[in-house]
Write a protein that binds this ligand. Sequence first.
Ligand code: FE
Length: 350
Amino acid sequence: MSRILNSMGIAAVAVSALLSTSPASASEEVNLYSYRQPFLIEPLLKSFTEDTGIKVNVVFAKKGMLEKIQAAGSNNPADAVLTVDIGRLYGLKQAGVFEPVKSDVLEANIPAHLRDPEGLWFGLTQRSRIVLASKDRVKPGELTSYEDLADPKFRGRICVRSGKHFYNIALIASMIAHHGEGEAKAWLEGVKANLARKPQGNDRAQAKAIYEGVCDVAIANTYYMGKMQTNEKKPEQKQWAESVRVTFLNQGASDRGAHMNVSGAGVLKGAKHKAYAIKLVEWLSEGKAQKIYAEDNFEYPANPKIAVSDIVKSWGDFKADTLSMEAIATRREAATKLVDEVNFNEGPTS
Ligand code: FE
């Protein structure tokens, strides 16, 4: 596997060079663009190659992947894309760069609400956007819903990363889907009024802020909790995790459940190794890969036959919101507009 870089400029060149030195259609290989990080993806791809004999050339991308794929058109050097967030998957779909895939394996392994109806993308894992609540300063049951985040009793007590981050855009889009734009805007204004500080940092930084007493409630993705709880290299993160309680929201009997997002993959139009690209996505939906996602990255496997890790299990069972990923993706623009309209990233107004 060729290890490449975060710069798409350099990375694209590397893949082209590779293709020009090997007759593409004849060789058993597949070229993959990955937004997912090397530490997670490399063990998966190594195992795929061991199982199938198909070599994977991977480009780790950070920014500008969609633009590169679009600019390359039918000369795209990549066969498939691996990424997080429905916004990115949907953006690629809207750009018309995905090839529809019909696969009995994928249809059997991945529930319908976690894949595109036309087979343009397939969800591989799920994560919930949850609340981390201070064990000392938030009583169990004090905060039980996304709606509660706007309750004045949390004035000055909430920490969150940028409202424009795609994890928060998806959450706000789900609020629009459930309540309409007007109510969602009022909610977002309420959350902004409750912020302890200007939105900043990543999800883990919010748990740190709770540990340090800056705020009592943080919004974060589930797997970050697992990463902090098991971080041997940065034991301070274990303390951050120790100071918070995992809280799944909207769990009442008639309530909708916790907001979910996906990571997933799609095969690119014009893929020169299309059959191998499909094989890779199929393999990622099977037990061995799904177990790696569950154990190494604390994600919820999309394949319902695969169990979550012990750490994830320790957070308890919960009800997931089954709102379709499409319903979230189509409201992302409206969500971004709301973030601007309420000046969310300015932070709390006095
Ligand atoms: Fe993340």
